[in-house]
Design a protein around this ligand. Structure first.
Ligand SMILES: [Ca+2]
Ligand SMILES: [Ca+2]
Length: 443
């Protein structure tokens, strides 16, 4: 509650009007400090704590190099071979950063480029086989956590597809925490502009997190490299070495944390019946480390809100059609302990936690994302404070605040599932109805 009290002190008047201060009790059941606060921190003027994005000034994502305002691969681009402007002769290729008549051993000639088809996402397993935003690992398009498929990795949703499937979210403009219809969210106070990005269709499953745990990740010894998991257009948004200590000291401590608390953890020490359930009891730090390891990153709060609201459609719920529809039922989402068909706060049990995508396609968002409303709360990158204004690919990275989670959960009521609702928790906590969904950079 410390953050909220501090927050109330800095809220500008427009925030009070727009958000209609509503300090919801932590009745969602997702753990201490995890109550959705329904926009309490949505500030209006970008005062203390705001940290806008750099808006494209942060350069090219690794390993690309900026040459004449374009991002190029200087190891393979015959027009910029080894360095910007170093063009190869017409009959030469660019192999490992050097002009040559033939590609080096181990590389494949794709057009005029020498590429490693084991790892090149535009030529994965063969020339022209584009991974459409997924990484290329061992010649196959797949995020790390779904490599090889199997339970909770290759069998998600109604069509039993890759649990790592991601969908493109076309950039645009919208208003954060606005739907024009529901209480607290009728004011266009917080505009935002976003670039294209990709967002995983499903919440991270137990099966996917198991791949992470089995790889020895998520501990202090295996902390992400500084800068890992950064948003490509937001400076200093990657992992900080200062956070290493917030990770569990060992794998056994990590798995113990996944099981602690008063709720119903989905993690099991051995792969069993839960692999397709969303992982919960997840700390923000482990969620960040997971997404970075998986070739992605945490979505920013603006990105998450944008995907849920259908961008400029400003949907009330992710599935709302028309956008102003307040229709919600057990067909759309798991919430209010309805997963076993018997809803209500007196009827909650582990049977109410269903596999990811169980309410698809009826509950999907505009771009096909499942469980944006309900399922588990989802951590995002941002600190929980005022919304940054202006917001061009922005995130609030202020240290010392709690972190934001969005979307409500299987146990909470419908209010928490509104696209506009914000929740919060301290980064080291393991709130028992909170997991994560990873974002990825657009190709
Ligand atoms: Ca129930
Ligand atoms: Ca969710």
């Amino acid at each position: 509650m410390r953050a909220r009290h501090g927050l109330r002190l800095v809220l500008p008047a427009v925030g009070l009007l727009g958000a209609g201060i509503q300090l919801a009790a932590c009745s969602d059941g997702s753990g201490s400090g995890n109550g959705a606060d329904a926009g309490t921190s949505a500030g209006g003027s970008g005062g203390a704590g705001g940290s806008g994005g750099a808006g494209g000034a942060a350069g090219c994502p690794q390993p690309l190099t900026e040459c004449d305002a374009s991002c190029v691969d200087t190891t393979a681009d015959p027009a910029n071979c080894g360095s910007c402007g170093s063009a190869c002769a017409p009959d030469e290729v660019c192999s490992a950063g050097k002009c040559a008549l033939v590609c080096d051993s181990g590389l494949t000639t794709c057009g005029k480029k020498c590429v490693d088809i084991q790892t090149d996402a535009a030529n994965c397993g063969g020339c022209g086989k584009d991974c459409q935003g997924e990484p290329c690992l061992a010649g196959a398009c797949s995020a790390q956590s779904c490599l090889g498929g199997g339970l909770g990795r290759g069998d998600c949703g109604p069509s039993k597809e890759s649990c790592c499937k991601s969908a493109l979210v076309p950039g645009g403009e919208f208003f954060r925490s606005y739907d024009g219809v529901t209480d607290n969210y009728k004011y266009k106070s917080w505009p935002a502009k976003l670039s294209d990005f990709r967002l995983d269709v499903y919440e991270v499953t137990v099966g996917r997190l198991r791949a992470f745990v089995e790889a020895g990740k998520g501990t202090q010894q295996s902390a992400p490299a500084p800068g890992a998991g950064a948003h490509p257009k937001i400076a200093d948004s990657g992992w900080s070495a200062a956070w290493d200590g917030s990770l569990p000291p060992s794998t056994s401590a990590l798995t113990q944390a996944l099981k602690q608390g008063g709720g119903w953890p989905t993690w099991t020490d051995a792969a069993a019946d839960n692999e397709r359930l969303a992982i919960n009891h997840l700390s923000w730090s482990v969620a960040f480390a997971f997404c970075a390891w998986d070739g992605g990153r945490l979505p920013t709060e603006a990105e998450w809100n944008y995907a849920a609201a259908g961008g400029g459609e400003q949907r009330v719920y992710p599935w709302s059609q028309p956008a102003s529809s307040t229709d919600i039922s057990a067909d759309h989402a798991t919430y209010d302990c309805n997963g076993d068909g018997v809803p209500g706060q007196n009827n909650c049990s582990p049977a109410d936690i269903l596999p990811v995508g169980s309410r698809s396609p009826k509950g999907d968002g505009r771009w096909g994302h499942a469980d944006l409303g309900g399922g588990e709360w989802e951590w995002v990158l941002d600190s929980h404070s005022q919304y940054p204004v202006p917001c061009n690919d922005c995130a609030n990275l202020s240290p010392g605040w709690e972190r934001v989670m969005r979307g409500g959960s299987w146990i909470g009521n419908a209010t928490y599932l509104l696209c506009s609702t914000r929740g919060t928790g301290s980064p080291g906590a393991v709130p028992y109805a909170t997991g994560v969904r990873c974002a990825r950079n657009a190709p």
